[in-house]
Design a protein around this ligand. Sequence first.
Ligand code: FES
Length: 131
Amino acid sequence: MENEDWIYTEIVKEHFLHPKNFLMGDESKFKYDAVGQVGNPICGDQMRMYIKVKDDKITDIRWKTYGCASAIASTSALSELAKGKTLDEALKIGAKEIDDYLGKLPKHKFHCSVLGHEALADAIAKYREKK
Ligand code: FES
């Protein structure tokens, strides 16, 4: 593994140390419309994503995880990217866009960036099932 593979960018560190839209405490206090959950079979980490939706747009979003630093930073970035987007637009935010937003994760941590996206896709699917 090359040296740069061990380096987190400043943006990754900022999102890991100060995660955006993290759901602190009791989830019932965030009046969400749907919640999605996934696990990463590679490492066993878990992610939950909560969305509020109005007129087909994500008006607010929260998440919580047992994931690693890269999963936390990636999902923090995703939550910022997804807020205000339509459900279809939010579904198109993939690992590459998150990775670009963060200025690149170490290559061996790239798989961590899919957790948030998959939890968001699950939340959107559950929201659409309810309608
Ligand atoms: S090591 Fe599990 S999500 Fe990163």
